[in-house]
Design a protein around this ligand. Structure first.
Ligand code: NAD
Length: 449
């Protein structure tokens, strides 16, 4: 593809290695977001019915904070890092050069269509790469605005947006990129990794899964319900780290459901489908997929749908079985199965046998149990007594493990994701001890000591 060649050639000229250049690009990105704020908000409203508040806080503000963070630490992150050396290296300097990979491919999903296309690009540019972004075709208006704004602010040999569906992605995956950053489903993550393996291209895979919330009997149930409702219903549950289902101690199950209902009413009124800021389901396929879950278990509250507007009310399901689809698939919608348990140990045992989720949320006051859950179970990241908050701390790496992905980003982790750490030992020529070249017993003794 010609554009990839152009980006590679331009990269080889060395412009992106300079601090001033990278800083300028990052500042330009921020101006780009300011200039296109209105069309972006409009497109997010059109594609997903995101309210101005939700679109700004979860997409635009997130990106601006990420840019500021990168600019603030850019010089330090770019600088070669001096490291220590063992005695055998007396007289040497040892350091790590922070080398950009080169030309990066970023593939984005539809649920945070702006944030997840641009946040990796911020890391890629900060680390000195050129990049091609492939936004999701499922949010076409946002995809179109992203292309327009990038075209207006960046020459295509630095940053280029290529729109399209899976055929376009598959073509791009045949190109000799130096790095691939993919956000999306596990199924497509496997395709991306297989294609990348053919050319030994390193990848970051930001995938999904079923992220549980556990509410133990010593939890502050009111607070837990509010924070779970908040994290579940932002973007109508179409969030990779949304609590997928709740495992709640039998002693507090009824009060949790009651408190969750109150929290939902407080957030979206008693008629959420009439709330004009309640996010819609992205398309008819997903609408019907989620609606089918309402046939499983019992609807404790909610369950209303609007086919005309692609909206599904916040719903709690009880009495679901582990074989139900809703407990087999990533829900990615506002339906919350609530399942009772008696022993925390049983919960840990059950979760240990399942694929590693992207997030896990534990609600409970005992520090011993908090430690037990967070150290025994493997998951991408999560919170104690909250949901989602870990993703907005730029000092924490964000990413999955096992089937929820590999690699991480945000803040310094974004910079290192798009950086090859090149090791250098600079030797002195002032002395050259002879034991190094000897293979006799005496030298072996020195080495062993
Ligand atoms: P998806 O995997 O269907 O699509 C992601 C991207 O891959 C899109 O750009 C799409 O065009 C492309 N694609 C789709 N099918 C393809 C194919 N056969 N070959 C090549 N490319 C293909 O994911 P989605 O539906 O857009 O997003 C939802 C999923 O993403 C959920 O599983 C969610 O958990 C996950 N997700 C993860 C994160 C994270 O940060 N870990 C963030 C958001 C979403």
């Amino acid at each position: 593809m010609e554009i990839i060649e152009q980006q590679k050639n331009w990269f080889l000229q060395g412009h992106t290695r300079r601090y001033a250049f990278r800083k300028r690009q990052l500042e330009k990105m921020k101006r780009m977001l300011d200039t296109f704020e209105a069309p972006l908000l409009k497109a997010l409203r059109y594609d997903l019915n995101k309210s101005g508040f939700e679109a700004y806080t979860t997409e635009i503000a997130f990106l601006k904070a990420e840019i500021d963070e990168q600019v603030k630490h850019l010089k330090t992150r770019m600088a070669p890092e001096k490291v220590k050396a063992p005695l055998t290296h007396a007289g040497t300097d040892n350091y790590i050069i922070k080398e950009p990979y080169g030309n990066v491919l970023i593939i984005a999903p539809w649920n945070y269509p702006l944030q997840l296309a641009i946040a990796p690009a911020i890391g890629a540019i900060a680390a000195g790469n050129t990049a091609v972004i492939k936004p999701s075709e499922m949010t076409p208006m946002v995809s179109w605005v992203i292309r327009r704004m990038v075209e207006e602010f960046f020459p295509e040999h630095i940053l280029k947006v290529i729109e399209g569906g899976k055929e376009v992605t598959q073509k791009l995956l045949q190109e000799p990129f130096d790095y691939i950053f993919f956000t999306g489903s596990e199924r497509v993550g496997q395709i991306v990794m297989q294609k990348a393996a053919e050319q030994l291209i390193p990848v970051t895979l930001e995938l999904g899964g079923k992220s549980p919330a556990i509410v133990h009997k010593d939890a502050n149930v009111q607070v837990a319900a509010r924070r779970i409702a908040w994290g579940k219903l932002i973007n109508a549950g179409q969030t990779c780290i949304a609590p997928d289902h709740v495992l709640v101690h039998e002693e507090v199950k009824d009060s949790f459901i009651e408190a969750y209902k109150e929290a939902v009413t407080h957030l979206y009124s008693s008629e959420p489908l009439q709330n004009e800021d309640y996010v819609k389901i992205v398309n008819k396929d997903h609408f019907h997929r989620i609606k089918e879950y309402l046939e499983e278990g019992n609807v404790a509250f909610g369950g209303e749908t609007s086919e005309k507007e692609n909206k599904i009310a916040p719903t709690v399901l009880t009495d679901v079985s582990r074989d139900d689809k809703v407990m087999q698939e990533e829900i990615f919608g506002p339906v919350l199965p609530v399942i009772g348990y008696d022993e925390l140990d049983d919960v840990i045992r059950t979760l240990s046998g399942k694929p590693k989720p992207l997030a896990l949320y534990y609600f409970g006051e005992s520090q011993k149990d908090q430690k037990l859950v967070t150290t025994t179970l493997s998951f991408g990241g999560g919170c104690i007594n909250d949901t989602l908050y870990h993703i907005i701390n730029p000092h924490l790496p964000f990413g999955g493990v096992g089937s929820s992905g590999m690699g991480s980003y945000h803040g310094k982790y974004s910079f290192s994701t798009f950086t090859h750490e090149k090791s250098i030992t600079k030797q002195t020529t002032k002395f050259d001890p002879s034991f190094r070249y000897k293979r006799d017993e005496k030298s072996l003794k020195i080495i062993k000591s």
